[in-house]
Ligand binder design. Structure first.
Ligand code: C2E
Ligand code: MG
Ligand code: MG
Length: 433
């Protein structure tokens, strides 16, 4: 199996010959490649390819043996794309992408097989290129017809996609079902953003020393016209899959910063706002500059805005996380690591990221009275955070016992139902009064 990503072939060298294991595709970076089959000892050229062209892509579909040969006509540089590499990428993609790719690839394989049969059927003694084109044209015509049929089927699938209020059966998790379900919710998500059906609720964050409200966390809700109030777990994963999290994330930040400024003016100038960022948002190259300008325009000051990031970003792509977080930090905002302890990020590299705050996950706080280990973890996390220069928020504080204990362990801040559930902006203003 090919494992190099970049390879050079000198003039006359074969990239592959008919019957070889089809284990990779190639993208030509420089040079020329001839694709041909042999008919009665005569070479029949199927295609001449050059820089930018893709060849051997059938391997990506099913790894069947090569049906033709490919030879470099001059010194040629190619990028090798192993079958396994693409297969993994497809498996990791969302159900809709996977479903359509599989259908398209099957059709493509079928089309390719037919085309090869046409070439095989041409008699090199009798035929000339005229004949070849005539028969290929016929095949292309038939294929066009097939594609139109396929288009019809896709349209039907889209139109019959389950609306959001249809129950999604977890057990029936084949790609087609998932695709239908996702299509339903994904379409309505886009509309929800246009129809302003989203709303931010705010949960106070308490200073444990004084008992006063120091800031809050913005938590998104969807006021669904039929299903009522939906929490983030019902729709954020879909917003992430479709990329809608990008515009939605900007909307959230704008709303939250605007509210922060109001509270800083009317309640306390150092009132801070915590805003959750999904790791998907970091895939957008403009994240930092866009967030910086929103914060600049809407918040009272960048230092009063705190972006919360979960461990998943640090785990999946530590290098990206480090550069993106440093960039974000340079705009003057503060950063918190959210739900700490639920992921698998190593404590040993926590200091490499520019966090100001560590939020201890609710699962430790809510069991710290019954479970000695949770208690130890909370205590150690608070100490560790302080040693690394971070302040601590204990999440999910529901009882005064828990509040007393984390205060004793010297956590600075607490958040939880003991103080308040997340509430609307109006209710929050009343709470402050
Ligand atoms: P999170 O950032 O850890 O937010 C805290 C969650 O814990 C909230 O759930 C809150 O309602 C809940 N909570 C707070 N105190 C208590 C308590 O004392 N007891 C219990 N049982 N729960 C408590 P919510 O609002 O359902 O949010 C869930 C998650 O969804 C958030 O976890 C966050 O990861 C994500 N999320 C929420 N809003 C946004 C958003 O605007 N953007 C993004 N990307 N994610 C968001
Ligand atoms: Mg959070
Ligand atoms: Mg949290």
């Amino acid at each position: 199996m090919q494992d190099q990503f970049q390879t050079t072939y000198s003039a006359g060298q074969h990239l592959f010959t008919k019957g070889d294991d089809g284990d990779c595709a190639f993208i030509i970076e420089k040079g020329t490649v001839e694709v041909y089959i042999n008919k009665k000892d005569k070479k029949m050229i199927i295609a001449i390819l050059s820089a930018g062209d893709l060849l051997g892509e059938m391997a990506i579909i099913d790894r069947l043996p090569r049906t033709a040969s490919a030879q470099a006509l001059e010194d040629t540089e190619v990028l090798v794309i192993p079958h396994e590499y693409v297969a993994q990428k497809i498996e990791c993609s969302d159900a809709t992408v996977r479903f359509f790719l599989k259908v398209i690839m099957e059709r493509y394989r079928d089309m390719h097989a037919r085309l090869m049969r046409v070439f095989e059927g041409i008699n090199p003694d009798e035929s000339d290129y005229q004949d070849m084109y005539a028969s290929t044209k016929n095949v292309v015509h038939n294929l066009m017809q097939q594609y139109l049929n396929m288009q019809d089927r896709i349209l039907t699938a889209v139109n019959t996609a389950a609306p959001i209020n249809d129950k999604y059966d977890e057990n029936e998790d084949d790609d087609v079902t998932r695709t239908k379900f996702s299509l339903g919710i994904e379409n309505s998500l886009q509309l929800a953003l246009e129809n302003e059906e989203f709303e931010l609720h705010y949960q106070p964050i308490i200073d444990l020393q004084t008992g006063s409200i120091k800031g809050c966390e913005a938590l998104i809700r969807w006021l669904h016209p039929e299903r009522g109030l939906l929490g983030p777990f019902d729709f954020i994963p879909y917003a992430e899959n479709t990329g809608l999290i990008i515009p939605l994330g900007y909307w959230i930040t704008e709303q939250a910063c605007h509210f922060q400024k109001q509270l800083a003016q009317h309640y306390s100038s150092d009132f801070f706002m915590s805003i959750n960022l999904s790791s998907k948002q970091f895939e957008s190259a403009d994240l930092t500059s866009n967030m910086a300008s929103i914060v600049q325009n809407f918040a009272s000051s960048p230092g009063q805005i705190k972006f919360e990031i979960t461990e998943s970003l640090l785990m999946t792509n530590p290098d990206l996380a480090q550069s993106a977080l440093s960039e974000l930090k340079e705009t003057g905002v503060r950063l918190a690591i959210d739900d700490f302890g639920t992921g698998y990020s190593s404590l040993s590299y926590l200091h490499q990221f520019p966090f100001d705050t560590l939020k201890i996950d609710r699962s430790f706080v809510s069991t710290m009275l019954q479970n000695k280990k949770s208690n130890e973890i909370v205590k150690s996390l608070i100490d560790l955070s302080h040693n690394l220069g971070m302040e601590v928020v204990a999440e999910g504080v529901e009882t005064t016992f828990e509040a007393d204990m984390i205060k004793q362990y010297r956590a600075e801040l607490a958040q939880g139902y003991l103080y308040s559930k997340p509430i609307t902006a109006e209710a929050f203003k009343k709470l402050l009064q």
